[in-house]
Ligand binder design. Sequence first.
Ligand SMILES: [Zn+2]
Ligand SMILES: [Zn+2]
Length: 358
Amino acid sequence: MTIPTTARAAVTVNGGTPQFSIDHREDFPVPTPGPGEILLECKYTGVCQSDYHAAYGDWQGLTQAEGVTCLGHEGAGIVRAVGPGVTDSKVGDRAGALVAADSCGTCEFCSQDDCALCAKINLTGFHRNGSFAQYINVNTRFAVHIPEGIPFEQAAPFMCSGGTAFTAVKTTGLKAGQTVAVLGAAGGVGHMVVQFAKARGLRVIAIDVGADKKEATLATGADEYVDITGTKDLPATVAALTPDGLGVHGVIVTAGNGKAYAAGVGILRPRGVFVCVGLPPTGSAIAGAEPAAIIFKAITVRGSLLNTVEDMNEALQLLKDGKIKEHVEIRPFAATGQALADVGASKTKGRVVIDFAK
Ligand SMILES: [Zn+2]
Ligand SMILES: [Zn+2]
């Protein structure tokens, strides 16, 4: 296949402001891969809530760098060219690009495969053009191989939401048979967390807002559902759902709101693990900023950030084995701007994925 010189790209105009718009271009230059890079033709890209926040400019620190015009960090497709020195990828490989795009490679964190914490971390779509462009350069340190048998439209959103969910469950450190509560269990990341927790052999108590989410949440594999709005005493309700009545071993908060964080500590048993995933507005606090609630139960609080290549390989294997099902809604390229607006307004069902061929 000859590589075109230009291709499709959904370009941000007035990015980082509420007046932003998306220009759907057919003539965006195709880059040439540099040393250590591959040229990835994205067949599909997922659209993430953080893309919307970066475009709108309401998340401090998460904006596109000068000269970066294409958002998107959930691209999956085929390697079309390799740059100098690349030995671990070849033309025709099936690949995806992680959220992490580059890092120093030598600091304490990078040398322990913990690059997300590198002070020089670069992110796909924010520090370099992301998968809203059909062709992107990807550093092979942050490219993953997508096994045969996984459709690209399923693999694409895994690069962010699937990986985030997998890593959140792993971060609990819980063992099969223990109980975890997922706050925000019906959400985009939440419904994946429920499935990964089940795949790990955990008992799952799904917690969300509204009785109408019960059916869908139980269908993803949760053992119990608790409607937080219909429950007067959440700790007592959740404790009654654990075999020994002591509360859950772990809590994963995927909801981006302060109330979910405040509720989480109360349902943990002593020595419980609290995993923070959803980004609440500035000013929110765990357990209402009451340290005693954490001290008297000897709670461990952990933040869960981006996944590593190794985590992604494990997560993709679970997807391939049919243990995880991601609900995707496919839209044509020309609807990328609308998709971004709908994701921002939480008007979508499942993960929105853009098809570059349509
Ligand atoms: Zn994302
Ligand atoms: Zn580093």
